[in-house]
Design a protein around this ligand. Sequence first.
Ligand SMILES: Cc1ncc(COP(=O)(O)O)c(C=O)c1O
Length: 323
Amino acid sequence: MTPLIERFRDRLPVSAATPGVSLGEGSTPLLHAPRLGKLLGIDLYLKWEASNPTGSYKDRGMTVAVSKAAEAGARAVICASTGNTASSAAAYAARAGIPALILIPEGAIAGGKLIQTRALGALVLEVRGSFDQALAAARELSDRGTHALVNSLNPFRIEGQKTAVFEIVEELGAAPDAFVIPYGGGGNTTAYAKGIAESGLATPLYSIEAVDRPNTLATAIRIGTPVHRPKVELSGAHVVAVSDEEIVEAWLQLAREEGLFCEPSSAAGLAFLRRRSGEFQGARVVVTITGHGLKDPDIANRYAPPPVQVDADADAIAAAAAR
Ligand SMILES: Cc1ncc(COP(=O)(O)O)c(C=O)c1O
């Protein structure tokens, strides 16, 4: 597979001097979702970003951010993270051969992401505080010059993430009628808005946040104060809030109707479409599914039916299956 930086070299701020730190990111599937689409009356497509190397769309931005950090001679990278940025930063830093320092809010990151980040060799510090406080500390250390910040405040992250729009338009052969994505800190909304503008499109972008931002069960978008909010407001994106109940229903439906097991935050877009499907009848809508379900096994454990115990006997198994 062509690495993202190679595929979109002419639309990214890279040069021959930029080392391509890649794990084979981007070029993710755009899946037509006929079953779910029929239920909603929408020509529905799902951009399956969980198929990126670390299981989330963050890898699109991280390949560019870490490549540019390596080009600039950075000796270490730092980020504050609700989890996916952490895993992605750890993976790309390992690939570049530089250390990663990861700040996570205490007790607030999903189990799969923490394990992944630890296994990838990053130094993980659990900050006694919120994501917003962890980010403030990361910014301060980056200002001191010891670490390159690879949060989405790093403009190279946005550059890499905008490529999802290019892929979608290229694959559909035209712009969809709407893009729908989840909204946590707003980096991806900023990136999609940039990708839409650079493609010369006027396609509406719907950014879906949690009603109860600081406490939502969707930990990836559990961000009290989105750092990109001013840019999101300027971008013209339509911001809509969904409840945790709506997220869970959409998340289960996506798994059961289309076979995509994502993390709850990633189902925020579908939760919005389920509520407002009447406005999109017959429209071609692309919902971006941002991260893999294995990232958050605790949530799956809470909502998916547990296995039923049975004797190793064909009759007993047939009886259990008929129940
Ligand atoms: C899986 C997933 N979806 C959505 C988001 C929200 O994206 P953003 O913070 O760029 O708005 C995140 C952010 O961490 C995420 O990890």
